[in-house]
Design a protein around this ligand. Structure first.
Ligand code: SF4
Length: 435
């Protein structure tokens, strides 16, 4: 990555044009956008109260982000009460080290999809420690095999056609399979089933965390989260502190709005995990380690969130449900997918990338790729004002010295023109005074 924004901006523009015109990404995204529009209409038809539900979630998130520190404390106390260990990681490095200590080396680790683990680079970190780590969500597995980053918050491999997935499975798994979606899914099932059964450690993220009861809530369709969190003897949840809400019923409300705006009338599963598996069947004595994990650990990741929660404009980004709806409306995203993004994809992803330690040169260039069309805000269930945050972040980065050369040229030309106008005005005033 080039560190000089003067060089980076034109290169980035070239990259975007190339992706939009020379790859099958726009076609792959077009197929997904078409499917999303059909799905979301069906959801609204079946559940006409979806917008009211989203308003309620906005209120829950506003309260939660305003009380983020207290909720972290309360959640940790509740997890400990449930006999799960709880850790607050200030940075990405700290989070990786905590999980690394819990996992050790030489282990087989299965992971459910989680953007926070992408943010901190957990899979790569655990691999460096000598572990075998597998993503168990199909989209994430595809991305892992391709050696790429997720390009959408919900559909990480949205930019790939079935033909490309078949080619990838042949190259990386050594399995010849037709580009038929159900055959591709069956291939992944066979491969992952073996890993899930043998795994030493299971890792997941969370869609919401309830502070009052100390619970991790997740939504899924594939059943890979159930299996990753229930089969291995050790379970580790890694999640951002912004996912914590005060009560279990708030968490359920957040989940319902999330799946509806992802475009599901109902997901296949909702999981709620309060502790490691336990039984009281012999002498009514609670003993941990029944059929599921013997241990549960929760790593709450700060990595810039608690600081950004104090920012008057950018704090709104923490309300994000990561439903990905805004990306399907974004004219830039639909052409280049997650290449419009850094650690996180899309417009909202730029704000997230900034405060979680993304590449500022890349983020700056992308901020100016935004057309400020406001379609993302319209589509967002919580009406998160991403365009406003984008303009605020542009100004913040200008103060930090990150200005794309074209913008600098325009600003300099404007200043020069303004100076000339001022000079002329001054001359005219002096002339008039002499008369
Ligand atoms: S900004 Fe809104 S629409 Fe976009 S992912 Fe977040 S909650 Fe969903």
């Amino acid at each position: 990555m080039n560190d000089d924004p003067e060089d980076f901006f034109p290169k980035y523009k070239e990259e975007l044009v190339k992706i939009a015109s020379e790859t099958d990404i726009p076609e792959a995204v077009k197929r997904s956008v078409t499917a999303y529009r059909v799905n979301i209409l069906k959801v609204f038809k079946s559940f006409p109260d979806s917008l009211q539900l989203a308003e309620e979630v906005r209120r829950i998130k506003e309260y939660s982000i305003n009380h983020i520190k207290e909720l972290v404390e309360e959640a940790c106390e509740s997890f400990e009460r449930n006999k799960a260990s709880c850790y607050l990681a200030k940075t990405a490095k700290e989070a990786n080290e905590i999980v690394g200590d819990l996992v050790g080396s030489g282990k087989l680790v299965v992971k459910a999809k989680s953007m926070v683990t992408e943010e901190i680079g957990l899979r790569e970190y655990l691999q460096e420690l000598g572990n075998e780590v597998w993503e168990t969500d199909l989209g994430e597995l595809i991305i892992q095999l391709a050696g790429e980053r997720p390009t959408h918050l919900i559909y990480p491999s949205i930019h790939m056609t079935r033909e490309r997935v078949a080619k990838l499975f042949k190259e990386k798994l050594g399995v010849e399979v037709e580009p038929d979606i159900s055959k591709l899914v069956a291939t992944a099932r066979r491969f992952l089933r073996d890993k899930l059964v043998k795994a030493d450690v299971g890792i997941s993220g969370a869609n919401a965390v309830a502070a009052d009861s100390g619970s991790i809530l997740t939504i899924e369709n594939e059943s890979n989260i159930r299996l990753s969190t229930a089969l291995p003897p050790k379970y580790i949840a890694v999640t951002g502190v912004e996912k914590i809400v005060p009560k279990l019923r708030d968490a359920l409300t957040v989940l319902e709005a999330t799946w509806r705006f992802i475009g599901y009338p109902a997901p296949s599963y909702v999981n709620m995990i309060f502790s490691a598996s336990k039984t009281g069947d012999i002498e009514n004595t609670v003993t941990y380690g029944a059929q599921g994990p013997k241990e549960m650990h929760v790593v709450l990741v700060d990595n810039g969130r608690i600081e950004v929660a104090k920012h008057p404009v950018l704090k709104e980004s923490l309300y994000c449900l990561k439903c990905g709806a805004c990306m399907f409306e974004c004219p830039i995203f639909t052409l280049v997918a997650g290449n419009y993004g850094d650690k996180y994809p899309g417009g909202i992803g730029l704000i997230w990338s900034y405060f979680t330690g993304g590449n500022k040169e890349r983020i700056t260039s992308m901020l100016y790729a935004c057309a400020l069309c406001y379609r993302c805000k319209e589509r967002c269930p919580l009406k998160i004002d991403t365009p406003r945050m984008i303009t605020t972040l542009r100004s913040m980065l200008v103060k930090e010295g990150y200005v794309p050369p074209q913008v600098r040229e325009i600003a300099e030309e404007t200043l020069e023109a303004n100076e000339k106008i001022l000079e002329e005005l001054e001359k005219n005033i002096q002339k008039n005074e002499r008369k």
